[in-house]
Every structure is written in C-alpha cells, then in structure tokens.
Design a protein around this ligand. Structure first.
Ligand code: CMP
Length: 133
C-alpha cells in the first residue's frame, strides 16, 4: 500500500468543506491513516514549500498556507500518490476536470482547496515533515 500527504487548505476549512473532502477520498479508495488540524507559521510553510522558493508566487503561497487552520492527512491506498492527484485535478481550478476536488471546490490557483504530494519520494518527505517530529 502506498501513502501520500494531503493538505486541506485554509479556503476549504473556512467554508466547512473538510468532511466532504475527506469523504470524497474515502469513497474513492483512499483511506485516511492519520489526520490532524494545525495552524502553521509562515516560517514552517516556507520550509514545507521550499521547492518553490525561486517562483514569483512563493511568498504569497507561504503567507496563504499559514493564514488559517489546515488539515494534514496521510492517505493510503493503491497508487495513492497518483490516485490523489487525479482526485484533486489540475492546480488551477479553471483547468480541472469535472468531479475533481479543485473543480468542485477550488476558488483560484492560490485558493485551490487541497495540496497533494507529486511523487512517492516527495510523499515520504512531506509525511515526515508533518507527522514524524
Ligand atoms: P500546491 O499543489 O499546493 O503546490 C504549490 C501551490 O502553489 C499550488 O498548489 C498553487 O496553489 C500555488 N500556486 C500559485 N501560483 C501558481 C502558479 N502560477 N503555478 C503553480 N502553482 C501556483
């Protein structure tokens, strides 16, 4: 069984969408192995997203992820990384397919409701970041 990291971002928490999003994962064969609601600092967000540090949107991205509570989860299932990415849909909600989380709930490329690891390697690192300290 593969694992991946999922984050329900502040825009979705604010609109009380967490339970719907969790149920969507469960319905689509991703079990929630662990889950916690946290509010991280901008420094922690900067560390988490440091792969994007050269991007023009980096500062806003880190400010956003630390702007309110988030839910971090370990999802487990067959091909969990890819499966989660398919369920999330494209980064920009306006490009996302029907019946994906970002299409159903995303507001903009920043407020796109969820984050998911993009590879098995990064999934391990991201799970470690939130759950192994
Ligand atoms: P996420 O999957 O959390 O990974 C990095 C985030 O940066 C991404 O979702 C988007 O919410 C955000 N972002 C903001 N602007 C851009 C952009 N131009 N391209 C990609 N991601 C962006």
């Amino acid at each position: 069984m593969e694992q991946t990291l999922s984050i329900i971002k502040p825009d979705a928490i604010e609109r009380n969408l967490a339970e719907e999003i969790k149920n969507f994962f469960k319905k689509n064969n991703l079990n929630i192995k662990d889950s916690k609601k946290i509010h991280i600092t901008k420094e922690e967000a900067s560390e988490f997203y440091k792969v994007h540090q050269s991007k023009p949107f980096y500062n806003d991205l880190c400010a956003y992820l630390s702007s309110g509570p988030i839910i971090v989860m370990i999802l487990e299932g067959e091909n969990a990384v890819l499966s989660n990415r398919k369920l999330m849909g494209a980064t920009n909600p306006k490009d996302a397919d029907e019946n994906t989380i970002r299409k159903m709930y995303g507001i903009s490329i920043d407020k796109n409701s969820v984050h998911g690891s993009d590879s098995v390697d990064n999934a391990k690192k991201e799970i470690e970041f939130f759950f192994k300290n």
